[in-house]
Design a binder for this molecule. Structure first.
Ligand code: ATP
Ligand code: MG
Length: 317
């Protein structure tokens, strides 16, 4: 659905100044039907990438095929096959949802009757029919963002691009928007979204490209990305004095990458695959007559992935 080769964009602030490299030549491959996320901090180049893929911004270098058409030579064909929801959205507070949807349909060449029918269909699907004729200024942020998504879907695109779909929403509204995005994907539309929320990339996306300073620093499913870093850790609480005694035997196991007593009662064990190692560890501790009081398994987060790849945490970047 999207293939890019060395896609790059520079911005020149003045003739003499060095150009700012917003996107430094990225290669992406998004498969049909996939929910693909671009995860990165402010200024990483996410919106610039999106705007290039929508034909709104010409690349400085590189090439791409989007929804089956060449990004540089077939711009009109690309535009017909994609929907785009910009960062922040663009609906008019004084308009109604129905009016906005009908206008969007007309922009894409539908007759008035067709546009009205499509508006009704989308309002129904989103559960927004009751509010359809109320001014948008009275709507909640979550409702407005769902309408933004509906506006991107009016012409039934094969690919929907969502730039930061939930930024600034409260948790309840975010959950509503997530449900809507999942429904879009289930209906067969490929989705490319950008986010700086780790949780959003983790929960929603089949695959994620982690972007920092205009380059892709990690690519894969959230699980693949997480398993590339540190591995899992298992924290067990044991009777007082036991961690020191059992640590050497635990360390000697072939599934164990390390075992450190945290204090008199707590042992932290590092393993490649926590869900498999848990039963081995329990069996071993049992055979050593070290009864387990409690056990927690922690997996690395996408934040750990970002930190490992870039040397700085996403939140502070
Ligand atoms: N029109 C422009 N002129 C000059 N520099 C720009 C322009 N647009 C973007 N940039 C610069 O390019 C870099 C990437 O910006 P971009 O908006 O793509 O980041 P982003 O990942 O979308 O960030 P955010 O999370 O804040 O939306 C930034 O350093 C930004 O200042
Ligand atoms: Mg942006």
């Amino acid at each position: 659905m999207i293939i890019t080769h060395g896609l790059r964009r520079e911005f020149r602030r003045s003739r003499r100044a060095e150009p700012v490299v917003a996107v430094a030549g990225i290669d992406l491959h998004v498969r049909p039907g996939e929910m693909f996320g671009l995860l990165g901090p402010n200024g990483a180049g996410k919106s610039t990438t999106m705007r290039m893929l929508t034909t709104l911004l010409p690349p400085t270098a590189g090439s791409a095929t989007v929804a089956g058409h060449d990004l540089l030579c077939e711009r009109a064909a690309v535009r017909r096959r994609i929907g785009y929801v910009a960062q922040g959205g663009g609906t008019e507070p004084a308009e109604t949802a129905r009016a906005e949807l009908v206008m969007q349909g007309r922009v894409f060449g539908m007759s008035k009757a067709e546009a009205l029918a499509r508006a009704d269909q989308l309002l129904d699907r989103l559960g927004l029919a009751a509010a359809a004729d109320r001014r948008l200024g009275t709507w909640s942020g979550g409702m407005r963002r769902r309408l933004d998504i509906a506006l991107g879907l009016v012409h039934r695109p094969a690919l929907l691009l969502l730039d930061e779909p939930t930024t600034g929403l409260d948790p309840a509204s975010r959950a509503e928007v997530w449900a809507e995005i999942r429904a879009v994907r289930e209906a067969g539309t490929t989705v490319l979204l950008t986010t700086h929320y780790l949780e959003e990339a983790d929960e929603l996306c089949d695959r994620v490209a982690i972007i920092d300073r205009g380059t892709v620093v990690g690519l894969g499913t959230p699980d693949e990305l997480k398993s590339q870093v540190a591995g899992d850790s298992i924290v067990v609480t044991l009777p007082p004095g036991t961690p020191e005694l059992v640590a050497p035997t635990v360390r000697a196991q072939q599934w164990c990458r390390g075992a450190d007593p945290v204090d008199d009662r707590v042992l932290r064990v590092y393993v490649a695959d926590g869900s498999r190692a848990v039963s081995d560890l329990l069996r071993l501790l049992d055979s050593l007559s070290a009864p387990v009081v409690s056990l927690t398994l922690t997996r690395p987060s996408l934040d750990d992935v970002f930190l490992t790849a870039t040397g700085h945490p996403l939140a502070a970047a």
